[in-house]
Design a protein around this ligand. Sequence first.
Ligand SMILES: [Cu+2]
Length: 334
Amino acid sequence: MVVTMATGYSQEIPTDTSTYTLTLKQAMVSKAGKPVAAMTVNDGIPGPTLRFKEGGYAVIYVKNEMDEETSVHWHGILLPNFFDGVPYLTTPPIKPGETQKYEFPLKQAGTYWYHSHTMLQEQSGVYGSIVIEPKEETLTYDSELVVVLSDWTNQKPHNVLRNLKRGNEWYNIRKGTATPLNQVISRGGFSAQLNFWKQRMESADIADIYYNAFLNNGETTTEYPDFTPGEKVRVRFINGSASSQFWLTFGGKNPMLVSADGLDVVPIDHNKTFIAIAETYDFIVTIPQQGKLEIRATVQDGSGQTSTFLGKGDIISAPDVPRPDKIDMMMKMA
Ligand SMILES: [Cu+2]
């Protein structure tokens, strides 16, 4: 079948077409103790995993049932510019009540994701995962699991932004990552602190925002007990956070890191891996004969974590990641 797309060019549409509809709604959602105004994709946070096959064709309808305009950007996907989903730049925004159709051939394989590209809607919950299976699988594994990491605040995202613009240390005090001046002085860091103040910076800092929770697949802890001993599971991690970066650590044997940002890498046996905002990493883990494997994401400043458990039985804990020494960091930076 040949169709003319909205961009004006014609193209052969493969019979291998996968069609999805994503419906965006405003809803009260409770992820950290109390319901707050949030935004859902198909009634969930994160939204569903969109699965495609390399060489196939994607058709995605995005339905905006919210009272404000929106957009969805397909992060890392090679596609015609018109369907990139960045409002006012490549793609028109989706007005309240409107549905936008995105369509593109799938020219790559791997782990990717999607998120709103409008205002602060990504922080409110508009994000989800994309998996494109390769034409020919070169890796050996039995099953797979997608894990979307994110950060959650009970504050309105606009209030968070306002607070950041004030440039105070309230969030660091709230999450216990501030460095009290008496400690700075007792460790000989006062001249470093003066240097920082002169440059209008507070003490050394890693992450600016206090989050009420860190999530994987929308929960602080998730359990996947159905994996069986010896099963090789490809775990696809996506960091869909608004402003958090994590250290991933794995219980039991080191996992095999097989892919980064959708591209296969030379497989490497590697445990502690840093995942920055918007990055994706795939690992193959083997479910142990006894016990359940913990995979832990520890936020970079040490103020929180979220764990995924695979299998059943006693916990095989992931290694701890020590809190960074911010006074030492400040002295080195100054
Ligand atoms: Cu993006």
